[in-house]
Design a protein around this ligand. Sequence first.
Ligand code: NAD
Length: 266
Amino acid sequence: MVKVIISGALGRMGRKIAQLSFQDPDVEIVGGVENPKFAKEGQTIGQAIGEDINAPIVSDLSQIISNGDVVIDFASDPEAVLEHTKIAADHGKAMVIGTTGLSQEQINRLKEYSKRIPIVFAPNMSIGVNLLFKLVREAVKVLKDKGYDIEVVEMHHRFKKDAPSGTAVKIVDILKEETGIQNVVYGREGVYPEGRPDKEIGVFALRGGDVVGEHTVIFAGLGERIELTHKAGSRDIFAKGAVEGAKWVKGKPAGLYDMQDVLGLK
Ligand code: NAD
């Protein structure tokens, strides 16, 4: 049994994670954390999702941290996630972090905390996207230096705050690592007399409607094109990954892990 605290409890992901945790016999929800603006005195996770769960939603994680084993954090504010990680580290609790849009400096601070506690940090917790990461790496190994231009296209709902998506950023990191190409362009506009440079990765972030999340990696050669696409149809896939991550991370040695570790894809 793993006791979880859900941060970003009233958000789209927080509610899904609460629903799936409630249905999982190996998980107990002991509390939630919300932005002080939205955390109402006496509110519970049960009220938020219409189930019988008497777990308080508070604005200060330190009030409830000792009740849990793992904090699942999908708060939309990266700086708040860092504060929560500090509290978890001070109390020897594990973290599962799904929030995206962290700066390199914030990721470095996360790495420091991971010397004290186990942290699963993954921009995308779905099994399909994590397989996509693996397939992209395999494809690049075969296609690099063979004249294939690489472009990444992603689309998300109109409410998404960061662009490109954390998943696209991760895909670009894999592409940079495997190809050695460091020149990444975000959108294109204007005149290109020489056409597209060879050593360039293009990234395009589309936003609109209620699209849960789509990512395509295009390898375009002269005469053929390979496209690897993942389409998320429901947020359940991310929430399920987060709950699996919480069960996996409890009791693990301190360190920074990702979903490839949780899913055994390494
Ligand atoms: P959302 O805006 O619906 O929910 C975010 C919640 O965090 C809100 O309820 C907000 O009030 C709350 N919040 C803000 N500040 C807080 C604080 N200080 N303490 C606690 N809670 C706070 O957003 P969402 O769609 O649920 O996405 C949340 C984050 O998760 C985003 O960064 C998104 O990109 C990311 N995400 C990750 C995955 C993944 O698989 N890793 C999947 C989907 C979304």
